[in-house]
Write a protein that binds this ligand. Structure first.
Ligand code: ADP
Ligand code: ZN
Length: 435
């Protein structure tokens, strides 16, 4: 049941002692990176008596990672580095994270721990439908699955026909897939005259890398007749393997032997009590190539108070509610894209693909929501379609407080991203008002 019983069920007090030891070692290691050397010379290396002592240090943000490109956060000689992962860098310098051999070994063990926790075993056939390359999702799970001992099929994303061919030929039982692609792939399965619920052997999926709601997860589970486990990670920490759902599916255990988690108020940086929503701030506890102290993830979540019935002692974070920087402000009203998704997914007849656009009309912001219908509702009469459209409009207005323009589209008509889904396009950007 446990991949690493001692660590996963460690008493809280012992876990905190372990965190302190590892934090002290991390501070020492971090001080070898040019950026932290300068910082820690100013602040002095904190004397770590309890994990909370870390709060004496300032936050690290993505901006610093970019400004210090390429080596400002590198804490080991370059000869000890065996791999780098990097963000796309479409705006400014990319961020680069360096991995030593020890980092890769620790990372694959964490991902194996996650998959084992969800119920994957070496007898499973694992199809990795995530991007390989600089994106950490593909390689992260690949090495984790091999460590666990499952036959791993490194298909990567896209090419639905080939995905389905592999699933049928090799009786894939577990897959790692973007939530947005899981729904599209099921449509392709149906188009081939197959029923994803009964004609395939898939029994579990790991879904993550992009925000999605509980409603979307349930849809994935029902469409495929599988269990779908939420997987959270970010390249700055390692990639996937930071937090993951156990069979209880009520929050993601954040691996506190490897990461020190804080939840802070996004505007002030002040800590928020367990149970309240804020921004997740993470400190690496074992990483050697690029240790990061108090890294602001921008991801909004909360600590779920209380122990988990599965027996693991590592605290749980709630499903990510969005990023503090993806909030849309429509004529002064704050809306998160996931509020729109949650509302849409509750409406029968609505498909899983949608696009939010923000326009400027007569100097006012206007929210446009285009959403695909489920394949069967498109056959409906005009008045049924109008009924559906007004239900969507009313539900979105109730949830967000603004009146959007709603467009219903035929299934499959929105552009499909190969990587993470693009859900929001701000058309105000040209007018200099974009976010
Ligand atoms: P990766 O390459 O592993 O996707 P990135 O650094 O590109 O890592 O992206 C990490 C970001 O993706 C996170 O900060 C978060 O915003 C988002 N993300 C990852 N996993 C999830 C998840 N399960 N739910 C919601 N958002 C997620
Ligand atoms: Zn649990």
């Amino acid at each position: 049941m446990y991949w690493d019983r001692d660590i996963e069920t460690m008493e809280r007090s012992a876990l905190q002692r372990l965190q302190c030891e590892r934090l002290a070692a991390t501070l020492e290691r971090a001080a070898r990176a040019p950026y932290y050397r300068r910082l820690l010379e100013k602040t002095g290396v904190a004397d770590v008596r309890e994990p909370g002592d870390i709060s004496r240090l300032p936050f690290t943000t993505k901006a610093e990672l970019r400004n210090e490109f390429p080596y400002g956060f590198l804490a080991v000689p370059l000869t000890d580095v065996v791999r780098l992962h990097s963000s796309s860098g479409t705006t400014g310098n990319p961020t680069v994270i360096y991995h030593t051999k020890a980092d890769i070994i620790a990372w694959q063990d964490l991902v194996a721990r996650c998959m084992y926790m969800a119920g994957m075993r070496s007898s499973d056939v694992f199809q990795n439908i995530m991007g390989y390359g600089l994106f950490t999702g593909g390689l992260g799970f690949h090495y984790g699955a091999e460590k666990l001992g499952a036959m791993t099929i490194p298909v990567g994303p896209g090419n639905s026909k080939r995905q389905i061919w592999f699933m049928r030929e090799f009786k894939t039982t577990a897959m790692h897939i973007l939530p947005s692609y899981a729904m599209r792939l099921a449509t392709h399965v149906k188009e081939m005259g197959l029923d994803p619920r009964t004609d395939l052997s898939v029994r579990m999926a790991f879904v993550g890398a992009e925000p999605h709601t509980e409603e979307t997860r349930r849809r994935i589970e029902e469409t495929w007749n599988i269990r779908a486990f939420n997987s959270y990670g970010l390249s700055e920490m390692c990639g996937p393997g930071v937090a993951f759902e156990c069979p209880e599916q009520s929050g993601m255990h954040i691996w506190e032997d490897s990461f020190l988690a804080e939840i802070v108020e996004p505007d002030t940086g002040a800590p928020v009590p367990d149970g309240e929503c804020g921004e997740l701030v993470l400190t690496t506890l074992t990483r050697t190539g690029t240790p990061l102290l108090r890294y602001r993830t921008r991801d909004l979540t909360r600590i779920i108070p209380g122990p988990c019935p599965c027996g693991r002692t590592h605290r749980r974070i709630d499903r990510i509610r969005g990023r503090s920087d993806d909030m849309m402000i429509i004529n002064g009203v704050n809306i998160f894209p996931l509020q729109v998704e949650q509302t849409l997914m509750r409406i029968p007849g609505i498909g899983s693909n949608y696009l939010i656009e923000i326009h400027e009309e007569n100097f006012m912001d206007r929210l446009h929501v285009s959403v695909e219908m489920a394949a069967d509702s498109f056959q409906g009469t005009l008045s049924q379609l109008e009924g559906l459209q007004s239900r969507v409009l009313a539900a979105l207005r109730d949830e967000t407080g603004v009146t959007p323009v709603v467009k219903l589209l035929e299934a499959g008509s929105l552009p499909a991203a190969e990587g993470k889904a693009v859900r929001v396009v701000d058309r105000r950007a040209q007018s200099g008002k974009g976010c």
